[in-house]
Design a protein around this ligand. Sequence first.
Ligand code: RNT
Ligand code: ZN
Length: 417
Amino acid sequence: MTTQERYAYAKERYAQIGVDTDKALETLKRIPIAIHCWQGDDVVGFDQDGPLTGGIQTTGNYPGRARTPEELMADMDVALKQIPGKHKINLHASYAIFGDGEAVDRDSIEPKHFKKWVDFAKERGLGIDFNPTFFSHPKAASYTLSSPDEEIRQFWIRHGQACIRISQYFAEELGQPCVMNIWIPDGMKDVPADRLGPRKRFADSLDQILSIPYDKTKVYVCLESKVFGIGLESYTVGSSEFCINYAATRGILSLMDNGHYHPTEVVSDKIPSMLLFSDKIALHVTRGVRWDSDHVVLLDDETKEIMKEIVRNDAVDRVFIATDYFDASINRVSAWVVGVRNVQKALLYALLQPAEQLKALQDSQNFTELMVRQEELKLYPMGDVWDYFCESNGAPADCKWFDTIRKYEDEVLSKRN
Ligand code: RNT
Ligand code: ZN
């Protein structure tokens, strides 16, 4: 059977339960995912040669890490071709590209240091999202925006301000808003003597960063919370309560990373509450496994639940979806493709739910049938719809793209050392 024929059959099956597959694919096509650049080089970046710090870690030494901007862009190109639809790339400030012999510290970076990324995005019709980098730097050895050392704190405030200017440059060059996410690693390994002081300083630093003039229709600043990091087990300055309250009172967005909560807490359940009180929110989609918050995204239950909350609450245009994971133990290009395609598959799964009927079953307290229908949906022919979506949006279907990655590994990645 051809992909077309399989799609025609699946379309009929879904139509019988009141689901319009054509409409689902139209919606899926216009949902951009902000694809994180840092999967390709283990979060190292180009502006320093020290270790990755800030309580995050990549593990594994699979061959082929991108070492230069050219290599990273080449790898992203291969990944992007396996991902259906038009998306955004998500950069960190540490991916600034300097001229020969040029050394610019984080507090002085300018739009021109990202011109090559803008060219890359323009040529491919992509948007860009951005992140200041408050880690992997000598001045980030302990605290950054919450530092008691005023000189260090001011350095990072200037970095945040520089990043707002760069974000606005991206938005203006590419003709679409830039989501700028702030995450700081500040925290403590052991019991603090003062939990309030660092948070007061963090709030003040954020106020100073946001005090520079910028166009709020072009740059959406977000704040990402976290529960703990490696070596920062007892106290995180930017906790969930801090970030949600700060964002709500200052008119910026909350960003929820689903690897940043206590293990039985789920972001899917937080989304509707956030949407009741915020116009827009942002997500880092990832997979937490025990201590790690950054495994490659799978098509698992929580990823599907997250996307269901976005789709059935009619919030596709109110939630900015980005990926955030880093695996150095497998082919990095494949990790990109698998994770991003899974985000899209989870979205498709959500778009193919007869949401109104299921809500009606809940409201009429028909919980038996609700369970039966929800379970039956799991074996509906979504794979046929997915393959059709891939092929009609410039990407290979499942079982076809991996050959390209294998070949790229043989010819390019395995030659890097
Ligand atoms: C860290 C946060 C943060 C980073 C990236 C690299 O725990 O999730 O988003 O992963 O900025
Ligand atoms: Zn994150």
